[in-house]
Ligand binder design. Structure first.
Ligand SMILES: Nc1ncnc2c1ncn2[C@@H]1O[C@H](COP(=O)(O)OP(=O)(O)OP(=O)(O)O)[C@@H](O)[C@H]1O
Ligand SMILES: [Mg+2]
Length: 171
């Protein structure tokens, strides 16, 4: 497994917006051109704990639909961690509409990119937790089980945390 890298800035000059969630801007410029990432989905969920099982099921179904069943376990787990974090970062306002989180999936038929938008501008910071720690394991898992991950703010507000899952990550 290739050592995971992290990035806290948009790795591609073509800055996306939250609505488009284009894969080219969510992964590195070194990856295949955007045109080959032709498989894309987007799902908006209320930023509630129920978003997590919804996201898990969605990721599993889409991975199978796209012929990537071998990536489903890893993708589901990592999506779960990112969506959990996004829900937590969104807070729980007592009045007004419930915030949302957005889950975007994209694939070139080989790898799967997962991107999760939330409305909080604060970027995630990976803790140096060990597996016995009570907190800080989510991003450690993400870094360990992905090919690459990163996060960046969007001009329109909020930020995306993204992760790239490929066959190389399978046990
Ligand atoms: N989407 C996010 N927005 C803001 N901060 C985030 C986001 N995701 C993670 N973080 C922060 O980054 C740090 C590490 O996140 P990580 O998921 O590894 O641990 P955790 O959520 O604190 O605990 P665990 O995932 O083990 O239950 C935490 O301080 C967390 O609040
Ligand atoms: Mg977490």
């Amino acid at each position: 497994m290739r050592a995971a890298q992290t990035s806290t800035s948009a790795p591609n000059a073509a800055a996306p917006n939250a609505a488009a969630l284009t894969t080219a801007a969510l992964t590195t410029a070194a990856l295949a051109p955007a045109a080959s990432w032709r498989l894309r989905t987007r799902l908006e969920l209320a930023a509630l704990p129920t978003a997590v099982p919804c996201a898990r099921g969605h990721v599993r179904s889409v991975a199978r639909e796209w012929g990537l069943a071998g990536l489903a376990d890893t993708a589901e787990l990592l999506a779960s961690e990112l969506v959990t974090n996004a829900v937590q970062a969104s807070g729980s306002p007592r009045t007004g509409p419930t915030p949302v989180v957005r889950l975007g999936l994209a694939s070139d038929g080989v790898s799967l990119a997962i991107h999760v938008w939330d409305g909080c501008d604060r970027l995630p910071v990976r803790d140096d937790a060990d597996f016995e720690a009570e907190r800080g394991r989510g991003l450690m898992l993400v870094a360990t089980m992905s090919q690459e991950w990163g996060s960046y703010r969007l001009p329109g507000g909020g930020k995306i945390v993204w992760v790239l899952v490929g066959a190389v990550n399978e046990p």
